[in-house]
Structures are given as C-alpha cells and as structure tokens.
Design a protein around this ligand. Structure first.
Ligand code: UD1
Ligand code: UDP
Length: 373
C-alpha cells in the first residue's frame, strides 16, 4: 500500500466548518490519509459552536479574529499565519472550502508553496463581483490555482468549464452541506436534547406562522440592513406572524438589528444557534428569510420556502427548482413576497417542496475517493 497522503484542511468561519466537518470525519476514518486540521479562527464563538458539536479538535488554531476586522488586515494575517502552518506541516494536499477570506488566503499560501489545493464547493458564480462581496472574487481566486475542483452541481461545474478550467480536474460531488444536515438530523433523532433549547419560543409563538431569519452580508450593511429591519417590523406587526432571528456576531449587524428590532412582542432576537438548534429552527419555521449562502441550500432540503434577500445568487438551483426566490433588500418587496406566502396556500404549496438540488448526502465520500486517486 502507498504511504498515506497527508491532507491539511484549512477553515475559519461557521459555514466552512459546517461544510467541512463531514469531510474531516471521512478523512479521519480512512487509512489512506493522515488528516490534519488548521483553523484560522477568522470566527471565534460561531466557529467553536461547530467544532464542539462535530467533535473536532484542530491541530492548529491561529485565533486571528479581531473585533470588527477589516478585510485587508484579516487577509494579511491569514496569509502569513496559514503559510507558517503549511511550512510546519508540509502536507501533500491542502483543502479549502467556499469563498471566505480564510479559503482565499489559505489557498494562496498553499499555492505559494506549490502544494496542490483541493477546492470544495467550487464553481459557484453570480457573475457580479460585488454580490456577494467579496466572496465572488475569493472563490474565483481559489479556482484559478486549485488542482482539484469539487463542484456541488453540474451548473457549478459548467461555470468552471466556461472559464477553461481543465475538465479532468472538475468533479461534480454534491454539496457537503447536505452531508452535514443529514448528520445533524440523525444526531438529533438519537439525542433530542441537543435541539430542545427552542421549546420556550415554540410555546410563546404557538399558533403563529414562524419566519426563521438570518442576515449578515457585508454588501447589505447600511441601507440594506435598515430596509431588512423595516420589512421585519412590518411583517411582525401581523398578529399571526412571529420572527425568530439568531443575530450574527458581526457588530455591524448587531448594532442595526438591536436598535431596530428589540422589544417587539413577535420578534425574538436571539444569539447565534449551534447547528442542531439551527436545524430545528428551519424545521419549525414556515418560511426562511435570509441572505445566507448555506441557508439557501438547507431550506430546500427540508422543504421550506426560502426568500433570499439578495439581488442575485451564485446558487440558482433553488430558484430554478422553485423553493427559493430572490427578493433583494427593498422593504416593500420583502413584505409583499412574504405576505404572498403567508396569505396564499397555493403560493405557499408551490414553494414548500422538499427536494435536493444541492446534493444527496454522499459528497464527502465522493471527495475522499477522488483525493485517494
Ligand atoms: C464571514 C465571511 C463570509 C461568510 C460569513 C459567514 C469573509 C470575507 N467573510 O463574514 O463570506 O458568509 O463569515 O458567517 O470571509 N464575530 C465575532 N465572533 C464570531 C464571528 C464574528 O465576534 O464568532 C465578529 C467580529 O467582530 C468580526 C466580525 O464579526 O470581526 C466580522 O467577521 P468576519 O469573518 O470578518 O466577517 P463575516 O461578516 O462574519
Ligand atoms: N447557522 C447556524 N446557526 C445560526 C445561523 C446559521 O448554525 O444561528 C448555520 C446554517 O445552518 C448554515 C450556516 O450556518 O449551515 C450558514 O452560515 P452563514 O449564514 O453564517 O454563512 P454563509 O452560508 O452565508 O456563508
């Protein structure tokens, strides 16, 4: 048997951790690999919530997060810190996921050392470098040097092929977020207490239609977040509606939302939920209202209509399938689209269909087998 390949998986934020833990579990269990994990600590509390539930203890933790960090300082710290880890570990492959600053800088540090990079969730493109910002460009940068591109869907693979990426380096694997969702759903079935923390809210809002909400995008800061907050107060003024909103720890988000949404009877502003509780929130919600990438993928899998507060999306599959709708950040449009779902059973029924355009839960297994080739 060949010597095991040393894989260094690098990540730093909540969504990367969620989408990589199933792959790390698979690498850990596979004798063909030596699996090492480096977290940048771009996020702290929200990252640690995932590490804890997935039972992952990183071999390296750079703890780079600064309060209200800027993109340039963050990127500089990531590049230098992750480069040092790579010099120490000297892996055969570096894995990065998605489109964050950690993915971009981690990939670049590997490229500078001529270590091949495997890109998980490759090929998503909105076609607009400011939506999502800066993620569209981060993802393209990783795509420009990755040696293996794991595209979640054929649409994503096609985008890479259109950019002349070598076809034999592009593989459609499904999105590992569906692996994560299956894992957490099974875990909750076995240990229901892991997701029982919303019971009090469920009682308080019994009989109401629940809107589960998240919002954090940098391109929405300022006017966009103000408009989102105003839409939410209008929706929650209806006696038949309640909004449950775990607020992202980014101080730019918290300042607006705490100022605009605190103190309403039908709005629960809560702390970021760990993954089992967030899966529970999707399950008890009638509608998801979000600007998140990951939530656009999870809600369709759980049959929940998702209104996406973005002008465009690099995840068109949910929109094409009819469970996701782009509503932008105009308050009137958000309210009108949410009310259409609240007031028309036909409109609601047309969107509330469980299906999986993003994956089948086997993505990590496919990726591991491709890495072993
Ligand atoms: C980052 C990613 C974004 C991803 C999002 C997921 C970049 C450029 N942005 O955006 O692509 O969609 O994560 O949530 O990579 N903070 C905490 N504790 C935490 C996390 C954040 O206090 O656990 C606060 C800090 O003040 C930090 C700020 O939030 O400086 C911003 O964090 P940062 O990772 O730069 O940006 P996000 O908006 O979270
Ligand atoms: N999520 C979570 N707790 C929360 C909000 C979101 O666990 O309070 C999960 C969600 O299920 C999804 C991921 O975090 O898998 C999305 O992360 P985020 O919205 O921060 O980033 P994005 O996906 O937009 O990059």
């Amino acid at each position: 048997m060949d010597a095991p390949r040393k894989i260094l998986t690098v990540f730093g934020t909540r969504p990367e951790a969620i989408k990589l833990f199933p792959l790390i579990h698979a690498l850990d269990a596979d004798p063909r690999f030596v699996s090492r994990v480096a977290v940048s600590g771009q996020h702290r509390g929200m990252l640690d919530q995932v590490l804890q539930i997935a039972d992952i203890t990183p071999h390296h933790d750079l703890a780079v997060m600064q309060p209200n960090q800027t993109l340039d300082a963050l990127t500089a710290n990531l590049l230098i810190g992750l480069g040092k880890v790579m010099d120490q570990e000297r892996p055969d492959w570096v894995i990065v996921q998605g489109d964050t600053a950690t993915a971009m800088a981690g990939g670049l540090a590997a490229y500078y050392r001529q270590i091949p990079v495997a890109h998980v969730e490759a090929g998503l493109r909105s076609g607009n470098i400011y939506h999502p910002w800066p993620e569209e460009v981060n993802r393209k940068i990783v795509g420009s040097f990755a040696a293996l591109h794991f595209a979640p869907t054929q649409t994503a693979a096609n985008a890479l092929l259109r950019e002349n990426v070598a076809a034999d380096t592009v593989h459609v694997t499904g999105n590992t977020v569906i692996d994560a969702l299956h894992w957490v759903t099974d875990k909750i079935k076995r240990e229901p207490d892991l997701a029982s923390g919303l019971t009090e809210l469920e009682r308080r809002f019994a009989g109401k239609r629940i809107i589960g909400m998240t919002s954090h995008r940098r391109e929405n800061f300022g006017e966009g977040l103000e408009a989102i907050a105003s839409a939410v107060t209008r929706l929650a003024a209806r006696p038949d509606v309640a909004v449950i909103f775990p607020v992202h720890l980014n101080p730019n988000v918290r300042a607006v939302m705490n100022q605009r949404l605190a103190g309403f009877d039908n709005i629960a502003l809560i702390e970021p939920l760990d993954y089992p509780h967030f899966a529970r929130l999707i399950a008890i919600s009638d509608i998801m209202l979000t600007d998140s990438g990951g939530v656009q993928e999870e809600a369709p899998a759980l049959g929940k209509p998702v209104l996406v507060m973005r002008e465009t999306t690099e995840r068109p599959e949910g929109v094409v399938a009819g469970t996701a709708k782009l509503v932008g950040t105009d308050a009137d449009t958000i309210v009108a689209e949410a009310e259409r779902l609240l007031d028309s059973a036909t409109a609601y029924g047309a969107m509330a269909r469980a299906h999986n355009p993003f994956g089948d839960g086997q993505a990590s297994e496919r990726i591991v087998n491709l890495l072993a080739r």
